[in-house]
Design a protein around this ligand. Structure first.
Ligand SMILES: NC(=O)c1ccc[n+]([C@@H]2O[C@H](COP(=O)([O-])OP(=O)(O)OC[C@H]3O[C@@H](n4cnc5c(N)ncnc54)[C@H](OP(=O)(O)O)[C@@H]3O)[C@@H](O)[C@H]2O)c1
Length: 333
């Protein structure tokens, strides 16, 4: 057996460890030599995974306060990968505040980012960081910071995410929450909910493509990192090119969002006060692996003591340099 050198000082708890993404996160954490334990509500799956990874495990429902206390004892950070996060984040954040443990999750639900923002003062008082959205936004948010730096006094952001890959049941359940949030934009510094909004064209490199207004979360997270007062965001799903890649979705009983080869892309367009417009694009692997590597990178930094108390976004704490540690290509257009 290979002995892996521990690369971080603190100890991590991964809740929701046996979901599709949680399991990948656990394997990545083990590969990187992090010191961690796993948790969730399914005894059978947890004991199997714990045996494979040779780590301790905790079985409990998210509303079980005594178990949070026990499982968070001696931990530096919780990585919550149990979604939909509308069912898990608030109780997990509360447990982290009570037991002074940093909180990270991989949610894509914008209402959870707003929830995290609302916990700013209690997180500061507890001396912990709450970083919700360490998945997609670990690329998206630093990309926006990078793009915003290319103009003087950035006043507007339009961003589009072209996703390539499938979806797990957890993501499908979460997407209902994303849609139910309505179309959120930021105008003159304030979040507004629109009843209707038009689609818009973005060129990811193969000509203009229609993208749909979607509340991905930049109105909260990129506002935190850049303070840009006007933000709109759009989404486009790259459809599977062949029947084989159809299996990357949950169709046919097989769950593998990572089977698609075409990369995902994020395009950020920032306008400066003088009217100049700049665009930068991030190109990354399809599917969920970018989330897995980013979440473990963020957790590892926290275990090594790199964090800021209060509500943070990936770039508000780690800046655009976070991109350098991820498998992302950034192009200034
Ligand atoms: N933004 C991103 O970049 C990104 C990328 C990937 C995933 N995600 C999000 O991460 C979440 C998990 O995705 P996944 O792919 O792992 O989905 P999944 O394979 O369906 O797994 C969901 C996990 O969450 C747990 N869970 C669900 N509701 C729970 C509750 N009320 N209490 C405790 N545990 C609960 C499940 O536990 P049981 O097995 O006991 O049901 C399971 O471990 C989703 O919300 C997804 O949208 C975000």
């Amino acid at each position: 057996m290979t002995t892996i050198k521990k690369t971080a000082e603190g100890k991590l708890l991964i809740y929701g460890a046996t979901g599709y993404t949680g399991t990948l996160i656990c394997h990545e954490a083990a590969r990187r030599g992090l010191d961690f334990e796993i948790a969730g509500r399914n005894q059978h799956k947890l004991s199997e995974l714990a045996q494979q990874l040779r780590v301790p495990y905790h079985v409990f429902d998210v509303n079980d306060r005594a178990s949070w206390e026990k499982s968070l004892r001696g931990k530096t950070c919780l990585l919550n990968s149990a979604g939909p996060f509308s069912q898990t984040a608030e109780l997990a954040m509360q447990a982290c505040i009570s037991h002074q443990v940093h909180y990270v999750d991989i949610t894509a639900e914008v209402e959870i980012y707003r929830l995290a923002e609302s916990k700013n003062l209690s997180a500061e008082a507890a001396g912990i960081m709450i970083l919700s959205g360490a998945g997609l936004f670990s690329t998206y948010d630093p990309l926006v910071v990078h793009t915003a730096r290319r103009v003087k006094n950035p006043v507007a952001l339009r961003a589009a995410f072209q996703y390539s890959g499938g979806f797990t049941p957890g993501s499908i359940a979460s997407s209902a929450n994303i849609i139910n949030a309505g179309i959120l934009i930021r105008r003159n510094g304030l979040i507004e909910k629109l009843t209707e909004a038009e689609s818009s064209e973005f060129d990811f490199g193969a000509g203009p493509q229609q993208c749909f207004p979607t509340p991905l979360g930049a109105v909260v997270l990129c506002y935190k990192s850049t303070g840009i007062p006007n933000i709109e965001e759009f989404f486009q799903m790259a459809l599977p090119a062949s029947e084989e890649s159809d299996h990357s979705t949950v169709q046919g009983g097989e769950i593998n969002p990572d089977k698609v080869e075409e990369p995902s892309r994020i395009l950020a367009e920032v306008t400066g006060a003088d009217g100049s417009v700049v665009r930068s694009m991030a190109i990354m692997r399809a599917g969920y692996m970018p989330t897995v590597t980013a979440a473990v990178e963020v957790a590892s930094r926290i275990l090594n003591g790199f964090c800021k108390a209060g509500f943070q976004s990936p770039a508000s704490v780690y800046g655009e340099a976070l991109l350098e540690t991820l498998e992302v290509i950034v192009i200034d257009l």
